[in-house]
Ligand binder design. Structure first.
Ligand code: SAM
Length: 273
């Protein structure tokens, strides 16, 4: 069986697996380095002036809640995701943070949403585009939904750059490939985006390249490593035994100060022409 991206099929996952993804998204969303990358492109979008923002592929609502918490933002956010489980989690987390009057979540497929043309001042896709079947169609949907002159923020990993070092270089390469196939559908989409933007009727306003690299000890990557114990077997890439042995080796390397992992991330701020 060839491996599949679990984040692409979140509407087919059972509750246990959905909970693994929810925990990982929330851990990632709380990490200061990840939050800084989000705030960086929200600032560049002048998001505080938007009255209505769409968060496509919102998951548990990390970007939507971050936006609603911003001191200068007085608007509302609509989050859409294909997973009913993640949408229920997003609702609950927003209620717990008393943000329910500012954010609203609903299920939907971002290739084609039942929302009116030009109905949003801004659209955000925070690590969605690497997971969808047809990135060009999702980009076209973002353009359709934002008003003319409105801003779009597309943030994602250049996941082909993922690496978790091991003692053996060949094994590292093989396992990195397995991880990539299990967690993304389009591992090079952020490299392709500059060529797609103009064709989509959008203008590139700003680009923010970032690298998350941890040397010696794992911190940001720890939640991902924990999730891979379940995600890799569910995707069909590894047995549970292999996933646990890999994760144990990563945690041991971190305890011993020998850890190395790295991934490149990019944010593009686009304007509808
Ligand atoms: C890596 S998660 C990111 C979630 C959230 N934006 C965050 O940063 O925490 C990718 C999300 O995209 C959603 N997704 C993938 N394909 C989708 C599609 N075609 N339509 C709607 N949501 C989709 C998944 O359900 C998942 O919640």
């Amino acid at each position: 069986m060839s491996a599949l991206d679990v984040y692409r099929i979140t509407d087919e996952l059972d509750d246990d697996m959905s909970e693994v993804l929810a925990a990982r998204l929330e851990a990632r969303g709380k990490h200061p380095v990840f939050l800084r990358m989000l705030e960086q492109y929200l600032d560049a979008m002048s998001i505080d002036s938007a009255r209505l923002v769409l968060d496509m592929g919102c998951g548990t609502g990390v970007a939507a809640r971050t936006l609603a918490r911003r001191a200068g933002f007085a608007g509302r956010v609509v989050g859409v995701d294909r997973s009913p489980f993640l949408i229920a989690a997003a609702d609950r987390l927003a209620r717990e943070e008393r943000l329910s009057t500012r954010v609203e979540f609903r299920t939907g497929d971002t290739h084609s949403l039942a929302l009116a043309d030009a109905s949003f001042d801004a659209v955000v896709a925070h690590t969605l585009i690497s997971h969808v079947e047809d990135p060009a169609a999702v980009l076209a949907e973002m353009r359709r939904l934002v008003r003319p002159g409105g801003m779009i923020g597309v943030f994602d990993g250049d996941y082909a750059s993922i690496t978790y070092a091991q003692d053996d270089l060949e094994q590292t390469k093989q396992d990195d490939e397995a991880i990539i196939s299990a967690i993304v559908t389009n591992p090079r989409i952020m490299r392709m985006m500059p060529r797609m933007i103009g064709q989509a009727g959008l203008e590139l306003i700003a680009a923010f390249p970032n690298v998350i690299a941890e040397v010696g000890r794992s911190d940001f990557f720890t939640a991902s490593i924990a999730s891979f114990r379940k995600v890799l077997p569910r995707s069909g890439a590894w047995s549970e035994e292999k996933a646990n042995a890999w994760a144990d080796d990563m945690l041991r390397a971190s305890e011993q100060g020998r850890f190395f992992a790295s991934t490149n991330f990019y944010a593009y701020v686009l304007r509808r022409v």
